[in-house]
Every structure is written in structure tokens, then in C-alpha cells.
Design a protein around this ligand. Sequence first.
Ligand code: ADP
Ligand code: MG
Length: 347
Amino acid sequence: MSKKNNKPQFTKLSELGEFEVINHITKDFLVKNPSTVYGIGDDAAVMDFKNKQVVISSDMLVEGIHFNLSYVPLKHLGYKSVVANLSDIYSMNAICSQVTVNIAVSNRFTLESLEELYFGINAACKKYGVDLVGGDTTSSNKGLIISISAIGALDLKSIVKRSGAKKNDLIVVSGDLGSAYMGLQILEREKEVFKVNPGNQPDLSKYKYLIQRQLKPEARKDIIDYFESIKLIPTSMIDISDGLSSEIIHICKNSKVGCDLYEDKIPMSEELMSSCEEFNLNSTTVALSGGEDYELLFTIDQKDFEKIKNSPDFSVIGHITDQKKGINLVTKAKQKITITSQGWKSF
Ligand code: ADP
Ligand code: MG
């Protein structure tokens, strides 16, 4: 962005050709992985995974449906779009090494706004050691659409699927749950306040953790690396993108088992609990149904409990039962209730 007469000048995408736009937004990306043979610049990228198996996962994000640019800065959106894809690769117990990024943009977007988006994409690529190896750039009638594919590799003997949970396995979750959803509630509330009183600068400092969980989530590559270091292979795993309740249902249905989850074991941050009080929401409901935490939910054989019991990153929240026992939450009052999938959109 150049400044003339102190007014920011923006560059319309139509002033540049498509190739110039692509060159410009991808020029700061460096290839780091030996598995990337050819990256950006030809008709297709080439990868070599030697004798490993290839894992691939894609996601599409549409403005107005999956994100709202009135409170999500573009660089955060870029970062989060990559993180969400990496999380799907990690949840297979695989390592991600490449991404491709497809974008469709309306004429409302300038070169500078794409620079911001790609700054965030690059930050995530650097942090997680992933190469951007290609993509496509096109126009849309309205708004922004981003579609990312993440590519990685694994040894088939260490693959972890949703379908491997066995009776008596322990159910474990990383990190804490619900905070990303509350971060979104706070951003939405502040946006409404701002509409009524644009001069009002909100003090969001006490919600810092929640907003960070919403705007700049991280994928748990550290946990996949840790599993490798302690030689632990979970029996099943899924990442928590839609909420604990819908993810545990996926595991149970795919594994043909039931489960008991204990309400008092579900990990929550201090900030989540105090903001739930303020918003008059039940923190368990938020932790069960709020999405976008990108934590890992997995099951382990009981004999592996020793390997994880001293890690502060993990909470054992329940155990696997027979399918006929159903998918249950044991409440703090020791009542058993059936867990139903709400997904986070129906909130
Ligand atoms: P083609 O006409 O064969 O589709 P493009 O001109 O669209 O090729 O792309 C040229 C190169 O730039 C390719 O390597 C492609 O993967 C890459 N590329 C295009 N758009 C993007 C993007 N938005 N992000 C990253 N790489 C891109
Ligand atoms: Mg193309």
C-alpha cells in the first residue's frame, strides 16, 4: 500500500493481470520440504513421498457462511484456513508437508487485501513447516471463497482412524474446549455495540484468550510429534472442529461402540467459565457444542494410560462402552443423558 497525500492507495486487481497477481502474492513463499519436488510455477506440482502413504484433505470457506470479514482480519483468516486443514491431517496421525490454496475474489478485494490474506497463510506455513505448492486464482460475483487442500504422509502402520475405538478404551482430549466459540460470541456482541455507537472502542483485554482461540487457533502438531516420541498410537482419533458432542458421536458410530463422558472432566479455561456466567450460558453446553477448538479427541488402550498421565496437555474425559449402552454424558449430578449432535451452527 503506497501513501499519497497521506491517503492510502489501493491497487485494484484489474490493474494487474492474473499472472502478476499470482506472482505477487506467492513471491514470499519458500519451499522447505524434501518431499516437494516442484512447487508453484508449472501446470502441476510434483511431490515424492518415497515409501510413505499420502494423505490429503480439503476444506472450503465461503464469506458470509464460514467467516465474516467485519470482525475477522484477513491475515487471521488466512492463518486459520490453513490451520483448519492441517488439523485434519494431524488427526490421522500424519504429518502435513504441502498445501494448495484456491481463491475466488470479487472486485471489492484489492491487491493489498490479498497480500494480507497470504501473509497469514505464509505465517501458518512457516509455523507448521508446510510448503505452498500451488493453487488457483479466479474471480467471484460476490465475496471471497477460499479452498485449501493439505497433503501429508504417514506409515500405514501408524494411521489412526475414527473407527478403531474398543470397549474399555479411555477417551482423551487435548487442551481445553469451548473457548473458540465464546470468542466468536464476544466478537459478535462487540460488532453489534459498534453499530449502535461507532465511537465506542471495546475493551477486549479480559477476553484475550477467548478471542485468540477464535481468531488465531493452532493445530496440534505438537501432540502428533509427542505421540511419536512416546511411541503411543491412539486407537481412534478426530479433530474437534464441530464440537465435542458431534465428534464423539463420529468416533462411536464409526467404531460401533458406546461411551460414557464425564461432565466434570471436560477441560475448560477460566476465561470460558467466567464469560459463560456473564453471557448466562451453560459452560458444559458450550464445551460440548461450540466448534473450532481444533483440539484432538482420541481413544487409547488402558495400558497406555501410563504414557500420558503426567502430561498437562491431556484430560481423560471418559471411556468406551458397548454400542448398546449408547453415547452418554454423566452429569455432575451423576445422571446419564444421551449426547445428541448439535454441531456448532445450530447454536
Ligand atoms: P493454470 O493456468 O495452469 O491453472 P495458473 O496460471 O492458474 O496455471 O497458475 C500458475 C501457477 O501458480 C501454478 O503453479 C499454480 O498452482 C499457482 N497458483 C495459482 N494461483 C495460486 C494461488 N492463489 N495460490 C498459490 N498458488 C497459485
Ligand atoms: Mg489456474
